[in-house]
Design a protein around this ligand. Structure first.
Ligand code: KG4
Ligand code: ZN
Length: 334
């Protein structure tokens, strides 16, 4: 079935609209909200206000870039959770307005499932079943993708998400927000073996914990004489990044071995991290496991992954009612 699908993503601090039509992404416009940088984290009220201002212009730009008019849209996919309630409401209400005005179906998409679909935006995706490491600012979990739309949660974090740990450690190191890219950059000049930070549950199961390492970094910096702190930032960043990457890669590959999956793949903002991508590829190659990493622009929040997921559900005839409400704490159905 030839379907042209619009995707809308406003769950946190990126305003994004994409057009996806049968195996091809026609456009994916992502607007990053810079206002949060000066507060060191996302301010929910400012996030929803910014979505209000930018969503319709973003929509117009995405349509223009795709060379598609609203009349040609066969369905509207939108993130309805998890995320910030005010931000979700902006995307949901625009999507509902379009659905009513265009007499076209609405498809609510779970943001975590959207991240997983980032692996299937291009022509080639990971072989299924695949173990997907979902690592974002809000979530860290290992998911077995049995088939598209069919998942089994293998394990998740007991406390902080990996991205949250990057953001909090960056704040301790005075590196600004968002922390992930800042730590990755600072780590380039550091020695990853300088400090042995704790690697929680490395040997056990599929659960994660990142609050211990965050506290360890805080204590390490506090105990340094003030004049030495600045000189140690690169080594701390590199050692922290190495410890986190090691736990993530180890558990992902163990899950692949133990579930007999045909491949492993990555999803979520932290999957942009080059050390994580490289280390997973290096270790997977050694173990002869197929590995798939989505292009970096599909790892952080974007609407391409939402449009792709909505296309999948529309093809199956699965749509959502116009009463669909935001679900800030939605989990992945498994
Ligand atoms: O998936 P995402 O865009 O939003 C959520 O759904 O949370 O992920 C954002 C998270 C932030 O915590 C950010 O610091 C982290 O992804 N991140 C990174 C990198 N780029 C973004 N973490 C490590 N290395 C990066 N290069
Ligand atoms: Zn996300």
């Amino acid at each position: 079935m030839a379907l042209t699908v619009l995707g809308i993503e406003t769950s946190c601090d990126e305003t994004s609209v994409a057009v996806y039509a049968d195996g091809r992404l026609l456009s994916n416009v992502v607007l990053y909200q810079v206002i949060h940088e000066r507060y060191g984290g996302v301010v929910p009220e400012y996030a929803s206000r910014a979505h209000m201002r930018t969503l319709v212009p973003t929509l117009n730009l995405a349509l223009e870039k795709a060379g598609v008019t609203l009349k040609e849209i066969d369905g509207v996919g939108v993130t309805y959770g998890p995320g910030l309630v005010g931000s979700l409401l902006v995307g949901l209400n625009v999507a509902k307005g379009l659905s009513v005005g265009l007499r076209t179906p609405l498809v609510g998409i779970n943001h975590i499932e959207g991240h997983i679909f980032a692996n299937f935006v291009g022509e080639k995706g990971p072989a299924l079943p695949s173990v997907c490491l979902v690592v974002s600012g809000g979530h860290t979990q290992l998911v077995l993708i049995k088939a598209l739309g069919e998942y089994k949660l293998l394990g998740k974090t007991r406390d902080d998400a990996a991205g949250e740990a990057f953001d909090k450690v960056a704040r301790v190191l005075g590196l600004g927000y968002p922390g992930g890219p800042a730590i990755e950059k600072a780590a380039e000049a550091g020695d990853p073996d300088a400090i042995a930070f704790p690697k929680s549950f490395l040997e056990e199961g599929y659960e994660f914990s990142f609050s211990g390492i965050k506290t360890a970094v805080l204590y390490y910096m506090r105990e340094l004489p003030e004049e030495e702190r600045r000189n140690r930032v690169a080594d701390v960043a590199a050692s922290f990044q190495k410890a986190v990457v090691e736990v993530l890669v180890e558990k992902t590959l163990r899950a692949a071995r133990e579930t007999g999956a045909r491949s492993v793949c990555l999803a979520g903002g932290v999957a942009r991290n080059k050390k994580l991508r490289d280390e997973l590829e290096r270790r997977a190659r050694a173990e002869e496991v197929e590995v798939f990493v989505p292009p970096p622009e599909f790892c952080t929040d974007n609407a391409a992954m939402i449009a792709r997921a909505a296309h999948f559900y529309l093809e199956r005839g699965q749509t959502s009612p116009l009463t669909l409400a935001p679900a800030p704490s939605l989990n992945l159905a498994s």
